[in-house]
Design a protein around this ligand. Structure first.
Ligand code: WT7
Length: 629
């Protein structure tokens, strides 16, 4: 992108009930932000002191761009803060995890039980020769053991690399080899929508070509009589049984790696994002408390699988460090029917619900009748993450699910940032379509290619200007790739997203910079056109791509899925195109519109525009290992 561009901003906003503000951990955003700016180190120092450290830090932060160290020379263990800290308090018998399986079965683990299971498994890992710095891959379905495995690694200082259980053998193999993984923890099967997923079979296919792996621990989920085969295989339950529930939390340097998590770039091989023990703990703890505003009696349900960063930060580490009850499910939102998630909220009395726009748009497609069957009055706060939350989806989420009662936190962040970065803090006015402002602790801006801030209403690059505790420290085995985040616009962290600010500093995220289409010299964000389409009653989801055009440089092509009750027709096409014209003007009107039954998405729910584009142009789509079936 060479120049900045103009964006139409709406001024519609919602004010939350003032009571939210009165009880919030950050009751006054502006004051908190100013306090942070006045002394950033003191700001983070104060938060870090709420947690338990084995040794204090010499300095809060050391910054030799692009390399940061946080809580220099401090020692800690994140699991001490997620478990030990609570079992010595009245939280001991409080549920830490409430799990629901694909078939509706339920399991609850209190903090004490989770502490014991993690200790046992950690002890077991040590008995197998796994220790500090060893890489351990966790390839499991969403069961409590997946979280137990993560925490057990962290307890002994082994570096986990969780690979989402929906990935195939090729994706798993790449990740095993990139991190030279020593041990793999998996399960014989997973369950999804009533079907059995042969996880172990897939793992075996990857393991056939993963020479670094010495140990494979297998959870027997199906109850099959089959015993682990081969001399490197160990049964999960056997290992638990023969290990005592005591394993002291290893003393880790704040800068020791905690985990590697792969994120797919638009090109090339996946990047192993490295996060460290101290900064990541402080960042996720702080944001769980202050962005979700968790209180001791909250039940937090983040619908992400722990195999994604959203799950790492807001299913596992942040919520457990904050000592709240976490709800999780292996189930899917529309199985056995589209009321499944609303039933879970009703049954477990979920108070904080955090999901993705793709799920919200799917719920919209199925209609209001489903959520209306269930009692959702336990809900207090709603969250969104992963993609821009279109104004239309915001309104639906706010009114139909939150009954105009629950603030929505649309949280912008990335695998690389580790924690929430931009959102509207509880109590502040909410603007549909805008994620909000940088949270206290974060300095973000929208700038042009030279790093100059652009005026309100003008689009540009989203950057972070100062280091933050939970920032990634490197890309595993490829530091050069890490440096490109900080070199693209020198001195700043470039997120790769396009955004625009309004007069009050609210930030609207427009989508990835590579999703920009230049039509007849105008920059059009795919997200803008998609939002316009989705705001039409007939449209469930939309994806927009650019196609080379001899006249305009690029032409816009839209792919649309319809809501239940609508059928494709030429009249509808004309109406949709007119609708975009009315909303955005003639330059943004697609020259082609195609109806689809579904759109290609990553397993984490992001629309893969480059797959549509490759298909359209008959070219190679590149790495599609993250594409859902
Ligand atoms: C990219 C990061 C960490 C969250 C899960 C995805 C997009 C994320 C928002 C939001 C608009 C968003 C951005 C970002 N994104 N949250 N609230 N509004 N866009 O993590 O796979 O590392 O993807 O997701 O494009 O760069 P990820």
């Amino acid at each position: 992108m060479n120049e900045t561009f103009d964006v139409k901003l709406s001024e519609k906003h919602y004010l939350p009930d003032p009571r939210f503000r009165e009880t919030a951990w950050t009751p006054d955003y502006t004051a908190a932000y100013q306090a942070f700016l006045a002394d950033p180190e003191a700001f983070w120092d104060e938060i870090a002191r709420e947690l338990v450290w084995f040794e204090p830090w010499d300095r809060v932060r050391e910054w030799n761009a692009p390399y940061a160290r946080w809580f220099v020379n401090a020692r800690l263990n994140i699991t001490y803060n997620c478990l030990d800290r609570h079992v010595t308090s009245e939280r001991r018998d409080k549920p830490a995890l409430i799990w629901r399986g694909d078939g509706g079965e339920e399991r609850t683990l209190t903090y004490q039980e989770l502490f014991e299971d993690v200790s046992r498994f950690a002890r077991g890992l040590v008995s197998l020769g796994i220790g500090k710095g060893d890489r351990v891959c966790i390839y499991m379905p969403l069961v409590p053991e997946q979280i137990i495995a993560m925490l057990a690694c962290a307890r002994i200082g082994a570096v986990h690399s969780v690979v989402f259980g929906g990935f195939g053998a090729g994706a798993l193999r790449t990740r095993l080899n990139d991190a030279s993984v020593k041990a793999v923890i998996t399960a014989d099967v997973g369950y999804r929508r009533g079907k059995t997923i042969p996880l172990k079979e897939i793992a075996d296919e990857a393991l056939a070509d993963a020479p670094s792996v010495e140990v494979v621990i297998v959870l027997n989920r199906s109850g099959s009589a089959a015993k682990p085969g081969g001399d490197r295989e160990v049964d999960f339950a056997d290992l638990m049984e023969r290990s005592a529930p005591d394993c002291p939390a290893a003393s880790m340097d704040a800068e020791d790696p905690l985990f590697i998590l792969y994120t797919s770039g638009s090109t090339g091989t996946p990047k192993g994002i490295v996060h460290t023990c101290g900064g990541y703990m402080v960042g996720t703890y702080y944001t769980t408390r202050h962005v979700f505003d968790v209180k001791d009696d909250d039940i937090l349900w983040c619908t992400a699988d722990p195999g994604w960063i959203t799950g790492h930060s807001y299913v596992v580490y942040g919520p457990l460090a904050a000592g709240v009850t976490v709800a999780i499910t292996e189930g899917t939102p529309d199985y056995p029917d589209p009321g499944a998630f609303w039933k879970m909220i009703q049954d477990l009395k979920v108070t904080i619900f955090y999901t993705a726009p793709t799920a919200i748009r799917m719920f919209m497609k199925h209609g209001e009748a489903w959520p209306e069957k269930y009692d959702l009055t336990s809900l207090r706060i709603l969250g969104s993450v992963g993609e821009p939350l279109n104004p239309e989806a915001f309104e639906w989420y706010y009114q139909v699910i939150g009954k105009s009662r629950c603030p929505i936190v649309d949280t912008w962040w990335q695998t690389e940032t580790g924690m929430h970065m931009i959102t509207t803090m509880i109590g502040e006015p909410m603007l549909p379509g805008f994620a909000g402002k940088p949270i206290p602790g974060v300095v973000a801006d929208v700038v042009d290619r030279e790093g100059r801030p652009v005026p309100p209403g003008t689009g540009g690059f989203l950057v972070i200007k100062e280091p933050w505790p939970s920032m990634m420290r490197t890309v595993h085995g490829n530091d050069e790739r890490y440096c490109t985040y900080w070199n693209t616009i020198p001195g700043y962290y470039t997120a790769g997203d396009l955004a625009v600010k309004d007069e009050n500093g609210y930030i609207m995220v427009l989508g990835r910079a590579d999703d920009l289409i230049v039509v007849a010299g105008h920059n059009i964000g795919t997200a803008e056109v998609e939002s316009a389409l989705v705001s039409h009653d007939a449209v469930a989801e939309a994806a927009v791509i650019g196609k080379p055009d001899p006249l305009k440089g690029n032409a816009i092509k839209a792919f649309v899925t319809l809501r239940t009750g609508y059928t494709a027709s030429d009249d509808l096409t004309a109406a949709l195109l007119k609708h975009v014209r009315d909303q955005l003007g003639p330059v943004a009107v697609p020259s082609e519109l195609e109806y689809a039954d579904r759109l290609p998405k990553t397993r984490s729910g992001k629309i893969m525009r480059r797959v549509l584009k490759a298909k359209e142009l008959g070219i190679d789509p590149g790495d599609i290992s993250t594409l859902e079936e």
